[in-house]
Ligand binder design. Structure first.
Ligand code: ATP
Ligand code: MG
Length: 776
């Protein structure tokens, strides 16, 4: 057998060597789906398929890069020619080539979410709508939802149902905003992220000759993480594969975690209808994790009603139990995890890259960063406010965008007064509106300003136009991305302004701009990049996903990232942190069963990233918007089959300690409070003084090694309310939500809930086994 095929199990080998025709693998985490897809591509090329005729769609650009590297090991440099990347990256490439069909030029800008929201804000203002009702976020999400379901602005406006829906939501003007937004993007020669999918669909729908070209070109189409493709993505993929019908999809319905972005699990079910001749391969053996981890993951996901049944097992070793770490506060959680990593490194001789800390939201990274820094452990944060989202970076990129595409209204708004040229907001708004009204690009107005606007304000605009023209000249002369960018940074005055700011922040902003120039130089010097223009660089940058953060060469770092970003990855030791009700599962996902199931799938994804050691942690209190909140352990901790859990050995005393003498020391008991006698008052275990942010500062920011930061009053009065005395009409108080009235008791077996109308935060449904309530 050829080298790369050895070591595959029987169904894996079948999938890799499958000949013509559709193929589907829906299998559990760590069963080798991505590996099979990679080897299948290598196998195709080894058997004479032209790499240019293979299209492979991945979840991140980084995943595509890794796949390409692996394939290159088998087939050599030819691997470079495979069409491989995220849906967005691949479709952007097609759209650049075919832009003229849609009335765009191939230099179109890609608006990021900030650009989109800024444009929406302008439009709301221009249409004299209330900006409190039509918040950019809300409008943007509605438009995005429509696009992902392939509904055009005109269709949206004509649809009675949408209209009724918008009116019910007291947002009757969404359709009009959608229409205006689309028109403005078009005039700006710009597409937003959703447009990359939406417009590719339009392209293939309205220009059969273009579709035909790509249908014949791509002899093989392969999709990883198929469970997270949305309707628009699936329709395009299906069309592309319609001629050759060589489409291979791999995924895991249990890991579908993007329903909020329109990903549709229905695609998996539809696939068999669309390709009835499909060969289905099952992979059941997990190669990634220990038996304990695999079984714990199975026990969690079994609670979901909506799932395709599958059997996942592993022949790996049994492995240690999953450790549950309790911390009194978020800061302590950071310290405990950082110490645990330190110990593991020393005891087992592991490297930083063997560790990952996974959280539900980016904001949670802070306490871990601080603690890791204190332990001198290097880390990298993936996602969050990435390098390319920093203001000074976006500023320079906006300059470059505008030099490439002078219709780019959002880039224009960003740079017209940067550095300060004394051009007021009113003038800027006037230019944008004038351009929109005359249906011309902003550049037309800017470069002929006296024709459109009179008065003194025109002078600085004229010199701005001259500046941009000089930059354009460089591009026309065919200068590479670095030459153009370095010139723009210098001549525009951006670098000078930052250089003159001698504060620490100013210095770091200056360095960041230098760093961007370095990145552009690297881009130009990289032999893999054929197109070295600034336009090509900008495209690469705007298509980076949150999980694509570039490495700085120093690769031995602990990874900190959200669980969403961790899809498809694996680490020896994984810490799933912040397992608290309201945080994970997220407060926003508690109302509907489908939402809770999605959160549970996210938990399943988190668990299944671990190879040999898994740790869960939660804090009893956490700062949120400057307020200290009490937290309850996540229900997910109870949902794991308790046989696989153990409490951490080196833990320090916390609020639950006093119970430990009275109950069996199993993990379950450790984290669940026994039902208290109604009305009984419980003393906190430690008598530490309440810590406020101010007193923390007064303590010289040294981590307190003692006591808990939970205010006494809270832990004294509020007790888990799993008690039968609560009834409708009771007045109660909750540490987070304040006072309220019990509207309804919902008792269904052990699942006991109360619907409470809180005086300030409105109605909430609370699980009684977790909610800490005080009957007033
Ligand atoms: P996920 O659902 O998390 O994306 P996956 O199904 O894509 O997981 P892979 O990432 O392809 O799984 O594989 C998981 C791990 O198991 C990888 O380290 C891979 O190299 C290894 N693996 C897969 N198949 C085999 C095999 N036959 N022999 C040895 N190791 C294997
Ligand atoms: Mg995978």
């Amino acid at each position: 057998m050829t080298g790369y095929l050895s070591g595959l199990n029987e169904p894996q080998a079948q999938a890799v060597t499958h000949g013509e025709g559709p193929l589907m693998i829906i299998a559990g985490a760590g069963s080798g789906k991505t590996r099979v897809l990679t080897l299948r591509i290598a196998h195709l090329i080894e058997n004479g398929v032209d790499p240019f005729r293979i299209l492979s769609l991945t979840f991140t650009n980084k995943a595509a890069g890794e796949m390409r590297d692996r394939i290159e090991k088998v087939v050599g440099f030819e691997a470079r020619n495979i069409w491989m990347g995220t849906f967005h990256a691949v479709f952007a490439k097609i759209l650049r080539i075919e832009a003229r069909y849609l009335g765009y030029t191939s230099d179109f800008s890609i608006y990021d979410t900030d650009d989109s929201k800024s444009l929406i804000k302008s439009i709301v203002k221009e249409l004299n709508l209330d900006d409190k009702t039509y918040k950019p976020n809300v409008v943007f999400n509605r438009i995005s939802g429509a696009k992902n379901n392939l509904i055009s602005a005109d269709d949206y406006l004509a649809n009675k149902l949408f209209r009724a829906d918008d009116e019910a939501a007291k947002l009757p003007e969404i359709g009009r905003l959608y229409k205006a937004y689309t028109t403005r993007c078009f005039q700006a020669n710009a597409m937003d992220f959703d447009d990359l999918l939406y417009n590719t669909n339009v392209l293939f729908r309205d220009f059969p000759e273009v579709l035909n070209k790509y249908q014949h070109k791509f002899q093989y189409v392969l999709v990883d993480e198929f469970q997270d493709t949305n309707v628009a993505q699936y329709l395009i993929t299906r069309k592309l594969a319609a001629v050759h019908r060589n489409i291979a999809v791999v995924g895991d319905d249990a890991q579908s975690i993007y329903a909020f972005r329109g990903a549709n699990i229905q695609n998996i079910l539809n696939f068999e209808k669309d390709f009835p001749e499909v060969k289905v391969v099952k992979l059941e053996q997990n190669y990634r994790s220990t038996q304990t981890i695999v079984n714990a993951a199975n026990s969690v996901i079994a609670r979901n009603k909506a799932q395709l049944k599958k059997n996942v097992f592993t022949a790996n070793e049994e492995g240690g139990l999953i450790e549950v770490v309790k911390a009194s506060s978020d800061n302590e959680e950071g310290r405990l995890i950082a110490s645990a990593i330190f110990e593991e490194k020393v005891n087992k001789g592991l490297r930083n890259t063997d560790f990952a800390i996974l959280y539900r939201t980016n904001a949670q990274s802070r306490s871990f960063e601080e603690a890791l820094r204190r332990q001198n452990i290097k880390y990298r944060i993936i996602g969050g406010l990435s390098f390319y989202q920093r203001k000074e970076i976006k500023d320079l990129l906006a300059y470059l965008r505008f030099v490439v595409n002078q219709s780019d209204e959002e880039a224009f708004k960003r740079i017209i007064n940067l550095p300060k040229r004394g051009i007021g907001d009113t003038t800027v708004a006037k230019i944008a509106v004038t351009a929109a009204e005359n249906q011309v690009p902003v550049w037309e107005v800017v470069s002929n300003i006296t024709k459109y606007i009179s008065g003194r304000a025109t002078l600085p605009i004229e010199s701005f136009a001259i500046l941009i023209k000089s930059f354009k000249l460089l591009i026309e002369e065919g200068k590479d991305a670095y030459t153009v960018a370095a010139h723009v940074a210098k001549t525009s005055g951006i670098l000078k302004e930052l250089y003159e700011d001698k504060t620490v922040e100013g210095l770091s902003r200056y360095e960041n701009v230098q760093e961007l120039l370095n990145a552009i130089k690297e881009f130009v010097d990289n032999a893999d990049n054929e197109d070295k223009t600034i336009s090509s660089f900008l495209q690469t940058v705007s298509l980076l996903t949150n999980a694509d953060e570039s490495d700085d060469g120093d690769t031995d770092r602990v990874t900190l990232m959200t669980i969403h970003g961790a899809k498809g990855l694996e680490f020896k030791n994984v810490y799933v942190v912040g397992l608290e009700e309201g945080l994970f599962p997220s407060q926003m996902m508690l109302e509907k069963r489908e939402d809770l199931e999605e959160e549970r799938r996210l938990f399943y994804v988190a668990i299944t990233r671990a190879e040999s050691k898994l740790t869960f942690s939660y804090a009893e209190s956490r700062y949120n918007w400057g307020r200290l909140n009490m937290c309850e352990p996540s229900r997910f901790l109870y949902e794991v089959d308790q046989r696989f859990l153990t409490t951490s050995k080196g833990r320090r005393s916390g609020g639950f300690d006093e119970y430990r003498n009275n109950v069996e020391p199993t993990a379950m008991n450790f984290i669940r409070k026994p039902s208290p006698t109604p009305g009984s008052v419980q003393k906190p275990a430690s008598e530490g003084s309440p810590t406020t942010p101010a007193s923390r500062l007064a303590n010289g920011q040294r981590p307190s090694t003692q006591a808990t930061s939970v205010p006494q009053s809270a832990s004294t009065d509020f007790v888990a309310s799993d008690t039968s005395t609560l009834e409708e009409g009771n007045r109660v108080e909750h540490p987070k939500f304040g006072k309220g009235t019990v509207k309804k008791m919902d008792i269904n077996g052990t699942d006991r809930k109360a619907v409470i109308q809180f005086d300030t935060v409105g109605e909430k449904t609370l699980l009684l086994s977790f909610a800490k309530l005080r009957i007033l």
